[in-house]
Design a protein around this ligand. Sequence first.
Ligand code: BTN
Length: 248
Amino acid sequence: MRFERFHFAEISSTNEYIKELIDDYDIVAVSADFQNSGRGRNGRVWLGNYGKNIYLSIGLNFENINSYSNPGVYQAEASLIIIEVLSDLFPQIKFKTKYPNDILAENKNGIYQKLSGILIENSYHGNKLENLIIGIGINCDQLSFPDEISHKATSLKILGANPNKDLICSKIIEKYKYSIQEASHSKELHLMERWKNELSISGKPIKVQGDQRTWQLLDILEDGRLKLNSDNEEKIIDNGDSIIYEIS
Ligand code: BTN
């Protein structure tokens, strides 16, 4: 397996830089102490102080390794891997996944706040998935956040943990190295089922931005999009960040 891990003090964005490397590896990881142009989902910026957080991208090149037939599985797998690693290292903290790709952690008041965000980007040639980049930001040692997100963001340090950033990255990378060796259909089904349970979205009232109605989950489609229904009407959610549901 062609694998390499790179770490930089400062970089534009680990997701951006990894695109230059991905053709030369089967799996490659890039991390940094700081990103000066970090990106979030939906064209948002991803900010973070120098040396305080994890900024990690993992690139999978499907030239020589098998891809899942259902691309939504990558979305499921990313959240599940991160939650597994964090729960293993910090058993005293409760973590939850929130659709589309956030990891929340419970604070001392029992409220779940965002600890980690995932940005997945893929590249297709025709309808063949050529490569996929999983960009992972995890708030580790940062103690304060910009005003507009301070009420909904947290970090492992705020939650009383003393995180080893390098160890967390290594464990995530190890799980991906293992995972790419076995991309079976039964594994895909299992991952999607586990993700659906972890999201705890089934049966919950779901609101969609700009829409007064209350929706419910009908299904998670193969590409990870949600199919909702309300009073016999169905709706496909193209932008996962446009839905609101209670995490409990
Ligand atoms: C989100 O919640 O909007 C997703 C945030 C993803 C941030 C990570 S940090 C490492 C990688 N490089 C980037 O520029 N973004 C992702």
